[in-house]
Design a protein around this ligand. Sequence first.
Ligand code: GDP
Ligand code: MG
Length: 728
Amino acid sequence: MSARPLTIALAGNPNSGKTTIFNTITGTRQKVGNWPGVTVEKKEGRVEKFGRSLTIIDLPGTYSLTPFSIEEIVARDYILEQRPDVVIDIIDASNLERSLYLATQLRELDCKIVFALNMIDLARSRGVKIDGDKLSSLLDVPVVFTVGNRREGIDALLKCAIALADADSPPEARRRVKYSQDIEASLRVLQEMIDPSLAARLGYNARWTAVKLIEDDQVIKAHLQARAGEASQPLLEAAQQQRRQLYERYNDEPEIITTDERYGYISGIIKEVYTTSTQERVDISRHIDRLLTNRFLGLPIFFLFIWAMFQATFSLGAYPMDWIESAVGAVSSILDHLLPAGMVKALLLDGIVAGVGSVIVFLPNILILFFCIALFEDTGYMSRAAFLMDKVMHLIGLHGKSFIPMLMGFGCNVPAIMATRTLESRKDRILTILITPFMSCSAKLPVYIVLAGTFFGARAGTVIFAIYLAGILLAILFGRLFRDALLKGEDAPFVMELPPYRIPMLKSLLIHMWDRSKMFLRKMGGVILAGSIVIWVLSTFPRQYDTSASFAAQRESLTARYATEITAAADADRGVLQVERDQQMRQLARQQEEARMADTYLGRLGRWIAPVFAPIGIDWRGGVALLTGFVAKEVVVSTMGVLYAVGDDQGSEALQEALRASGMQPISALSMMVFVLLYLPCVATTATIRRETGSVRWMLFSITYTTAVAWLAALLVYQSGRLLALAA
Ligand code: GDP
Ligand code: MG
């Protein structure tokens, strides 16, 4: 082996691991002294490695090669004057940007250089990824990853350095830092003045010398004068002139411009080669946000999402809903067959199964709704929605942050009102608490589904969406009103945090969804069960039988009349007559039930409150159902289940059929939905309002104003609907 001994210098920032790597390579064979003329420690070591005799020099740690400190001058002079075969730049990979400044300066020198990306273990543990191949090809420098204190990559580093030392020539055609046009022009002027004989006397690369002269490097200027004497004079004068020109051009020292441009170059490299997992997520998020929080598209997309959520809630929910309905129907008919007629059976079938059964079918819808809300929260879209709504919220003197509790209100108002705790100003909190109940909670959904499903068919999803939208708009309207009249104040400035988007884990989505839906099920066994029983009792007692005799007589005469008609009729007409007869019988049964109900406690209550609900197109049964909704909004449906679902048919389709048969018009259904949307919050929410505002006054205010608004809005809907119907 021709084994030429090699000198390898280690350069790098302080604390990049130079000494560690030096010790790793040289072991104990070290010579510690001082650099000539200065009190900077110089470490030198000799080793035999891969059949080569290597001299390793630990250069002083520096951040750059400008001649401002002794360490920098020592390190640069050593490389320039002693010309080691290879310089290894130890780069702290966990601090890439800072390390690259020295690296770019080393690269401008005319020496062979290898990058050791040290501390790569630290970088990786912080989620940093560095594309070594890319860095290598961008800077035209071999790159080796090392972990100095664990000897990892050290052999590879040495092999790489030896190979580079043995390679023929310094890579002349290397890409270099490119400066801006004016500086490059000045560099060219100076470079042309450095003819080969001058260059030979200097011993430096012409371009590098030109750069140093433009930067007014005193050390290089002194070297130049010492080595070239008189011959350096024109060059030094030209350099001064170029510097003056550049100063006029930039109004700044040229060395400041070159430093800036090197940093610009470095940040370009960093963009290409450096990613952190957070960085990556932030970048992706920025791209997604460009669309989702776009000035023009953001809000339409948001409303599209919300609309899609309700569509999914309604249409996807329909399938499992059918299964639960069949199950409820099955339970009901099994009980019907098993139990002897009597009070217990009536309570079970007409009270509990009809009441609870009419609500439990909405479990799938509520699960889907909560799933969607969990999806918004876990992906990070929720805060985008708040950001998008920020402008709108400013209309009411609130900021986007208040929209998060409002959006949560779609799920349940109790946690939503508690979420207002994140707002700093008390006035903001009270304002948000007052308007959040207009955000239609999931308990109201069953009411909409029954009413919209019965009266609006295929357009039910859209109608429900419109109801929700109306809630949002009224919340905004009343927010403005309250801000101006009751809770005057400035909205505090704030910064909306937009965390990076995350792909949510299905498991955590399901947990979130389930946590919230459990409350629905608990209500089912609690207030809804109790409510159903109470409603049944109130609608059963006092029992009065006086009407039944007259209905029995009517039934008999009806049967007799159809019997003669059917015998007289032609064969073809008999079927029609039978259907007609069954219809009339059902109607009679309904009338009888209504007559019976009218005398019960509930009927009396209903008659008493009927005048309040008549102007908004809701009959006494609807009125009673709405009253019971104070307990929990789902109870509106279970009460309707008990009040409307008349006759023996206890299938869950019964309520829809009965509603249609009751003569309710679509406009009444709409009016009722609007009323449900807006009127007083349920008991749990009311209690939360009292707790969170710390005042009974605000609670009472909330109850009164929402109910008043509900009644007026329903009046508007119903009466204008009637006018339109009359006009048409
Ligand atoms: P110098 O100032 O460049 O000579 O740096 P040193 O060699 O004194 O190292 C500074 C610190 O970094 C020491 O505590 C080393 O143990 C540690 N160190 C060196 N290389 C690595 C590495 O690759 N990974 C980690 N985690 N620590 C390192
Ligand atoms: Mg050291």
